[in-house]
Write a protein that binds this ligand. Sequence first.
Ligand code: PMP
Length: 295
Amino acid sequence: MYYDENTVIFYNGEFVKATEAKVSLYSQTLHYGNGVFEGIRSYETSEGAKIFKAKEHYERLKFGAEVMNIDFDYSVAQLTELTYELLERNGLKDAYIRPLVVTGENMGVFSAEGSDLIIQCWQWGKLMGERLLRVKTSRFQRPNPNACFVEAKVTGHYINSILASNEVKRAGYDEALLLDMNGHVAECSGANIFMEKDGCLYTPPKGHIMAGITRATVLELCEELGFEVKEQHFTLADLKSADSAFFTGTAAEVIGLQSIDEYEFPMEWKSSKGNQLMKLYKQEVLGLRKKQTVL
Ligand code: PMP
């Protein structure tokens, strides 16, 4: 699914075949989850492949490496350039891009010296689909922000997402909603959440959540559209009295929720602010909006 014998990846300073690359069995990333990664998308636009918000994604990768004390010297410009070259070498335009910084060999629990940068990409297939999601609240909470850097995309943090997803998917739901340690609504296993109530949008503030790049984009779009939006904590009970809700994420883009646990969102998705934002977001990533303004 992710690669075949022709797939090229960037690994440790060069472009190599995915089938030929080898990672050390003694890498700290493999044993303890001390690695950082990104999830980026590129879209086929009228001007060719366009990586959406490459700068923001690579800045977040560098931030993660810094707080985790992982050696990582690439600049945002170098990373962006390498990624465009990788897409070209693989003949991809609509793609998912996965940079991963793997740490060196160290079986101790202090950061290893040295790191390898891996960039992989593959043809994009929509992760969440177009239909509305049936979501279940997970028994697992998002991690305590005093226990780790929740805003860094650290490989080990994703155990939390995997636990929550496993739980709800086994129960027949599409996605998991996680609360934070204080019982407030936090986010999905891999996306941020917004709810609409009485014409106003709400999304949890930064602090216990991944500061999503899609979330930031949607906040900008809200401002442009004149939508009132409040970054404030809310509870599950608040969510269960909302008119509508949606998730935002690089993979999910903007996707509506049908239900949370037993609660069905009453507003028709087509009439929701989320639906307008979903459409606008799709235009934004495809570079269609700038073109319209120029015309
Ligand atoms: N929350 C979590 C836990 C995530 O893993 C992601 C994906 N990076 C998001 C939210 C959405 O972030 P973004 O919009 O930057 O993809």
